[in-house]
Structure formats: structure tokens, C-alpha cells
Design a protein. Sequence first.
Length: 91
Amino acid sequence: MVISKLKVGDTVWSITRHKLGSTNIPTVSVHPVQIVEVNETSVVASWNHNKPKLFGLNSIKGWKKEKPVLIKGLFGSQRLATKAEIAQLNK
């Protein structure tokens, strides 16, 4: 995501990779980010409906304009869908 493409009121999506609970099973979480204010080098945004705070260029890099598709795996884990899986879902 590039700052120049963001507008006040936009909702973008943050992707976070982490371990599932106290296990070694990897999973992915997707959280909404509501844009409140756009500056030249930073953005004030509300991440996951929390209080707005300042985000810099490094944080903004991982945001996506459209909500990513997640595929549920074993034991409750999730992963990002491949292009082929997304095409199959859209049929």
C-alpha cells in the first residue's frame, strides 16, 4: 500500500502472521484499518476498531486495499488463498 492511494474514510486490511495459541501452528489474521488522517509520511488510522494512532511507512507496506481470502486449515489455523483457489471460489 502507498500513502498516495489512501483517502480519509477508506478501510484497508492489515495481515498479521502469528502462532496459534501456545502451539507452533502458524496462522494468519486479517484486521480492518480505518483511515482517519493522511499526511505525507504517515497516516493516523484506527486498527481493528481501536483508538486512532500514527502509522509510518513500514506499517503501511503490509496493508491491502481489498480484504484477503483466507482458507481454514487443520486445528483452526488459517492461511492466505492462492490465485488458483480465489479463481475457483469466484466461479
